[in-house]
Design a protein around this ligand. Structure first.
Ligand code: FUB
Length: 338
């Protein structure tokens, strides 16, 4: 899908945008940012026009490789560190290298990424490198028990690493109940609990799940699970976890209503209580973010499709400063109107 934007409106949106694209030589999306070795490293999707027709499965998101980007500061230059992993070097993957993330453990770097197997089913793999920019060498098989898309890895203060994942519609999460796939499953009825993102603790070697994935619960202000029909607040895709002031913040995209929202809890497993919006809708269908602290300030990495004139699968990563108030509430950012 391509959003038609009148040229005058496009010019106005570009003038009023909260931030400029970090990179213009390539299309980049789904930026997962981390501080490694005192610098910011960004792990985005590498958007390309693969000539695949638009459909509801998202087959037009036909990405083939990952580039890693480096910054000395979120407001500084963004350096392309080159190709870090290509789908042809992943033994189990056939296509669609979607949103990745990376973690450091004992001096090695672990790139987590979703891709479709030859039979069209998404799984999540890990590739290992000696530096934050890669290159990464993929394991021969996907992580056992993994499914769907959008891995986000969180290092807890205890030293444990947790992998959060899952996305509905093209991300196939609606096909799973109790970690089992059934092609007949769809989203639950509107007045029943929404599907939640999944998460599992990683084994100490970072290559496997140490426990069966659990479904996270996101509650409303009355302590009730968000309903599947509550499209303005329910989980869709793009989970991210950060801590602030001793609280755990689960943030995510609401997909078809295009918000980045957050919910808070007191441990990595939840439950989490819905709190509000972090980012209002961007130009382009998808919205996907990460949150990172750098030298005491907080930053939201996100993307939009302004540079491509509204083409949904040709996106550009951006960054803006994020503020938690004294009570821990995050101020909503408006991507335009500045
Ligand atoms: O980039 C492909 C998909 O689009 C991601 O996996 C989703 O989060 C959405 O941004």
């Amino acid at each position: 899908m391509s959003e038609h934007i009148d040229p005058e409106r496009l010019a106005e949106l570009r003038r009023s945008a909260l931030s400029a694209p970090l990179v213009t030589a390539q299309y980049t999306a789904d930026p997962s940012a981390h501080v490694f070795q005192g610098r910011v490293y960004i792990y985005p999707s590498h958007d390309v026009d693969g000539g695949v027709a638009f459909n509801d499965n998202g087959d037009h998101f036909a990405m083939e490789d990952y580039h890693v980007y480096r910054q000395d500061h979120p407001e500084g230059e963004t350096v392309d560190c080159g190709v870090a992993l290509h789908v042809r070097d992943v033994p189990w993957a056939a296509r669609q290298m979607w949103a990745p993330d990376c973690a450091e453990f004992e001096g090695r770097y672990y790139l987590y990424f979703p891709a479709k197997r030859a039979d069209g089913i998404f799984q999540i793999g890990v590739a290992i490198g000696d530096t934050p920019e890669g290159p990464f060498v993929a394991e021969a098989t996907p992580i056992e028990g993994s499914y769907s898309i959008d891995p986000a890895v969180f290092a807890d203060a205890s030293g444990a690493h947790y992998l959060y994942f899952g996305g509905i519609w093209g991300g196939q999460l609606q096909k799973y109940r109790d970690n089992r796939y059934d092609a007949a499953h769809e989203e639950p009825p509107a007045d029943t609990p929404a599907l939640g993102p999944r998460m599992a603790r990683l084994t100490p070697d970072m290559r496997a799940f140490a426990e069966p994935p659990r479904e996270l619960l996101i509650l409303d202000e009355h302590g009730q699970p968000l309903r599947a029909g509550d499209h303005d607040r329910r989980y869709f895709e793009g989970p991210w976890m950060h801590t602030h002031g001793g609280r755990y913040y689960l943030s995510y995209s609401t997909g078809d209503t295009h918000y980045i929202c957050y919910a808070t809890g007191d441990n990595p497993y939840g439950p989490f209580t819905y709190q509000g919006r972090i980012l209002n809708p961007v130009i382009g269908w998808t919205t996907h973010h990460s949150i990172v602290e750098f030298e005491g300030r907080w930053w939201l990495y996100y993307h939009d499709s302004l540079l491509s004139g509204g083409v949904t699968h040709l996106r550009s990563m951006k960054v803006a400063e994020l503020h938690h108030d004294a009570g821990g509430r995050i101020a909503t950012l408006d991507p335009y109107g500045h």
